[in-house]
Design a protein around this ligand. Structure first.
Ligand code: TYC
Length: 105
């Protein structure tokens, strides 16, 4: 069971607290290509919600445009869910069909 410190000074034995720490499961947030969302808008989304520089955002956008999908980042589940919702809400508000999903990393 637990681990016990060997305490030779007193007759009190102290249980060492060693909770099992597991890294949380991580999720890729993936942005999908479509035929209608303007390239500039995708670049802006990547800058705004994923903290990318203009250069990196442009590179990822072009990769999505040519290959169909691309990874925006890897996050814990709740952060990934929030990013997906933010991108989709923002895109809807601007009447663009831009879609974003997440999958286990
Ligand atoms: N294919 C779009 C266009 O030609 C640009 C685009 C890039 C759209 C990336 C979505 O995730 C995307 N305007």
């Amino acid at each position: 069971m637990g681990n016990y410190a060997d305490n030779q000074q007193s007759d009190v034995s102290t249980e060492i607290s060693r909770p099992k720490l597991k890294r949380p499961p991580m999720y890729k947030v993936i942005i999908l290509n479509d035929d209608y969302t303007p390239m500039d808008f995708v670049v802006m989304v990547l800058e705004r919600f994923f903290g990318m520089s203009r250069e990196k955002a442009t590179r990822i956008m072009l990769q999505v445009h040519t290959r169909g999908a691309g990874v925006c980042g890897i996050f814990t589940r709740e952060i990934a869910e929030t990013k997906v919702a933010q991108v989709e809400n923002y895109s809807q508000q601007h009447n663009h069909p831009l879609k974003c999903t997440m999958e286990a990393a």
